[in-house]
Design a protein around this ligand. Structure first.
Ligand SMILES: Cc1ncc(COP(=O)(O)O)c(C=O)c1O
Length: 354
């Protein structure tokens, strides 16, 4: 059932609506399976200096990866866009939909920093509506900030840096109450008990879901982000993206990982057990004033002297993230869940700081 029917074309920036994409050699002649002689892309026929087969341009649309990802995410391949990390689709969202010095976007601090960085880079006004004291969405406040030039609301759930998921009902209230795009960034969804919003794409045509291979999939170094949206939006992204945005090696490694989903599930299980163990240990430390519930692979705590504790841990060779200057995270320290040994070292050193 369609709960929203937003005119996506009218949200696009004018020049994007009429844009012709770059036509690459692999767009014009797609079939690389036959024994053809390829003299069309000015590649080097010999291969790399190391003898590896990376002399050919990769599939611009990563069809094999999307075909494997589609049943795992339970969404047709034409609803998937892959980016160089999630940061690429975040930037492309601005370039496609948000007119610099005219349009605006809404972010909900404390939240992931790249939405504002991308907005600043694209010379776009950012409106901020803080999460409520219990770290949920202030739907009324958010909708109150919307005007006719508001194009995007960025929701991060589970949220970075606080760790908790926000209420699904409230995200749906935004989707149906806002005539623009709602981005639900689910970078940490594999660690959450909440279901993904991917299943809501058939109901809301203004919904865009972001996920990444950088967290549960353990592939941050390869840079692969996922965006799920209507085929209409995916088509726009395919028009404006750099032609070969996902390199061959990343595509190959993603295909291997997608054949080993159970290993990812194992890692997530281990990390969740470690998360519980860390939570229980932190709760026993008298100098930990507050621990936020986590749906992610990190825990945010509040202490008395965050800067001092952060520096002392660094001196011991343990690096966590000092979030003490971030809104609603006063004296906050964010700890990523490591291996059992890493977490033991952290607990040992941290408990001595009290
Ligand atoms: C909420 C959120 N979204 C996206 C990202 C970035 O993901 P990627 O590595 O795919 O660019 C992060 C990274 O920390 C994040 O916390």
């Amino acid at each position: 059932m369609n709960k929203t029917n937003i005119d996506i074309q009218s949200l696009l920036r004018d020049h994007i609506r009429s844009m012709t994409p770059y036509s690459s050699a692999r767009d014009e002649f797609e079939d690389v399976s036959k024994e053809n002689i390829f003299l069309d892309a000015n590649e080097n026929p010999f291969g790399t200096a190391t003898g590896e087969p990376y002399n050919r341009y990769p599939d611009p649309y990563q069809r094999a990866v999307k075909a494997k990802l589609s049943p795992i995410k339970n969404i047709p391949a034409d609803h998937i866009f892959l980016g160089n990390g999630s940061d690429e689709p975040i930037d492309l969202l601005f370039r496609a939909f948000v007119e610099p010095q005219k349009d605006n976007v809404i972010i909900l601090p404390p939240t992931y920093g790249m939405y504002k960085v991308s907005a600043d880079l694209n010379n776009v006004e950012v409106r901020e509506v803080a999460l409520t004291a219990d770290l949920d969405l202030d739907v009324e406040g958010i909708l109150g900030k919307v005007d006719e030039n508001t194009k995007i609301i960025f929701v991060c759930s589970p949220n970075n840096p606080t760790g908790g998921a926000v209420s699904s009902e409230k995200i749906e209230q935004l989707l149906s109450g806002f005539e623009g795009l709602v981005i639900v960034d689910e970078a940490y969804i594999d660690f959450s008990s909440q279901p993904s919003f991917i299943s809501k794409l058939s109901e809301y045509n203004n919904l865009i879901v972001l996920q990444t291979f950088s967290k549960a999939w353990g592939m941050a170094g390869l840079r692969l982000g996922m965006m799920f949206a209507s085929p209409e939006i995916i088509k726009v992204f395919n028009t404006i993206k750099p032609p070969y945005n996902i390199n061959q090696l990343t595509q190959e490694k993603a295909l291997e990982a997608l054949d080993n989903v159970e290993k990812v599930e194992d890692m997530v299980d281990k990390l969740l057990k470690e998360r519980t163990r860390l939570e229980e240990a932190l709760d026993k430390m008298p100098f930990v004033k507050n621990r936020y519930p986590s749906d992610a692979n990190f825990i945010l705590i509040q202490v008395e002297e965050a800067d001092k504790m952060y520096d002392e841990l660094v001196e011991k060779g343990i690096v966590i993230r000092n979030r003490s200057k971030v809104l609603l995270c006063d004296q906050g320290l964010r700890i990523s869940i490591g291996t059992e040994e890493e977490n033991n070292r952290f607990l040992e050193e941290f408990s001595r700081l009290g």
